[in-house]
Ligand binder design. Structure first.
Ligand SMILES: *[C@@H]1O[C@H](CO)[C@@H](O)[C@H](O)[C@H]1NC(C)=O
Length: 481
């Protein structure tokens, strides 16, 4: 009481300066204590736009300054509830719902705040299997609704990566692989229900035909209207890697050479507006290496209509490189967080028990400029798998903020001679003073209306904690926490 009256007698600017320094959690409790402070804070956008929020928020837009104080306060209260729940082992499951998808869903991806993109296979009595791309509206309250369903022809473009357009009204989906000659196709799909009456081809923004039939695209990421892809082909028995950049709007694309660190276990890529990130797990020296290439001037050449004969043919040397040692790791599974603007993190599971989340000191600021910190600011959070039990993770999904992840763990139980499939969760707060919190997502012997061993893909809404499990049976189960 004394403190609040002291606070209230301070000039407004002093009061604001004090409140902005608080943790959101403390700010919310201060608001509970006094009506006058409550009114003062909820009317100040400035406080809410500048306070440090260290957990994921479920926001309609990534631009925080476009959101009112009242809305932000509400989202913070919800966010804190989710944060609290996710730190429990296991978290409280509020409800379970089901989406009747149909077909075999091979890949699903959640795009905040409410979109689910899926790719499935259906076999028809005549003709071969075909692939279907679907967009679902999955508002946190209410039923999921399919708003688009596109038949993909020809077969062979079998993976995708998706993002929401800058205006928030479209989804950009890049599908890739190798379908006869076509290796990349980009769809630009409006986020509104239309009875699937549109011609599927009407949403194609651009496509790339390989200039070498041996080319296969095995990874892709999309940022704004720029697509980056990893292309591989065999030349005299040796794999050769290149990066393909495509401006989906102009259709201009170029392949350039990239020097990969070998032997690697897996490559992952991420594209920022001005830089290209390549994450490699190096096999023999047991390192995880993130290389950042400045592609500002290269991407510029894809925008202009003129052909530039002097444009570089190689990515050159990285402008920054971060290394995280992963001793004892012969093979590892890892996953890069996929946020457009947030921090870059990788969740890795080396064989053995030294699992880790690595947060790299790099982010893309509000103007799309890549900001790089020193190697010394790399953060590592270690967590241990159970000893004596052979486990391997699958379907790893790390949220956009890199603060929560889910995966499926196969656990070989020697006694029963059976493998069990356990959904797991991890909480890796950006506040390093908090401990890492890894554990089962569901109570161990919970009766579920499906079998976890039929899981084909997982999607994750980090901000609300919703988990989508796509099953072999054509259903998607939604776990609401
Ligand atoms: C990337 O290169 C451009 C010029 O080509 C430069 O203006 C920019 O500062 C560079 N960015 C980084 C992160 O080094």
């Amino acid at each position: 009481m004394i403190m609040t009256s002291l606070l209230l007698s301070s000039p407004d600017d002093v009061l604001i300066a004090i409140l902005v320094k608080l943790d959101v959690k403390d700010l919310l409790s201060v608001l509970q204590t006094c009506r006058a402070l409550y009114v003062f804070c909820t009317s100040s956008d400035y406080i809410w736009h500048n306070i440090k929020i260290n957990f994921p928020l479920n926001l309609p837009s990534q631009v925080i300054t476009s959101i009112s104080a009242a809305e932000l306060r509400k989202r913070c209260v919800e966010g804190l509830r989710v944060d609290h729940n996710w730190c429990r082992n296991p978290p409280n499951l509020k409800s379970l719902s089901r989406i009747e998808h149909g077909g075999i869903t091979d890949q699903i991806q959640f795009l905040p705040p409410q979109w689910l993109v899926t790719m499935s296979r259906v076999s028809t009595s005549v003709g071969p299997t075909s692939s279907i791309l679907s967009i679902w509206d999955c508002k946190a309250s209410g039923e999921a609704k399919r708003i688009e369903r596109i038949l993909l022809e020809p077969r062979g473009l079998s993976k995708f990566s998706a993002t929401i357009s800058e205006d928030g009204a479209h989804v950009l989906v890049v599908i890739f692989g190798n379908a006869r000659a076509e290796i990349v196709r980009v769809y630009y799909i409006p986020l509104q229900y239309n009875d699937y009456r549109a011609e599927p081809d009407q949403y194609i923004l651009s496509r790339v035909i390989a200039d070498d039939v041996a080319d296969t695209v095995f990874e892709a990421d999309i940022c704004g209207e720029i697509v980056s892809c990893l292309v591989a082909r065999f030349e005299m028995g040796q794999p050769v890697y290149q990066v393909l950049f495509l401006n989906a709007r102009s259709g201009k694309h170029r392949k350039i050479d990239v020097h990969t660190l070998t032997p690697f276990t897996q490559l992952q890529i991420h594209l920022f507006p001005d830089s290209f990130l390549l994450l490699s797990g190096i096999q023999n020296i047991h390192n995880l290496v993130l290389q950042i290439y400045n592609v500002t001037s290269f991407l510029w050449t894809l925008k202009s209509s003129a052909n530039n004969p002097f444009a570089s043919t190689s990515l050159g040397t990285p402008c920054a490189e971060y290394t995280s040692s992963t001793l004892g790791a012969r093979h590892q599974e890892y996953k890069l967080s996929t946020g457009q603007r947030s921090t870059v993190a990788a969740l890795c599971f080396p064989t053995g028990t030294n699992n880790r989340l690595v947060r790299f000191p790099i982010h893309s600021d509000n103007n799309g400029v890549t900001r790089l910190g020193p190697q010394s600011r790399l953060q590592t959070y270690t967590f241990h798998g159970a000893e004596n039990i052979a486990m391997s993770p699958e379907f790893i999904v790390l949220g956009h903020c890199g603060q929560r992840g889910v995966w499926l763990e196969h656990e070989w139980d020697e006694q029963s001679d059976r493998t069990s499939f356990n959904p797991m969760k991890g909480v890796f707060s950006s506040d390093q003073s908090k401990a890492v919190n890894v554990g089962p997502l569901l109570p161990r012997h919970m009766a579920l209306p499906f079998r976890t061993n039929t899981c084909q893909s997982i999607a994750f809404d980090e901000a609300t904690g919703r988990v989508f499990l796509a099953l072999y049976t054509g259903e998607i189960h939604v776990l609401n926490f």
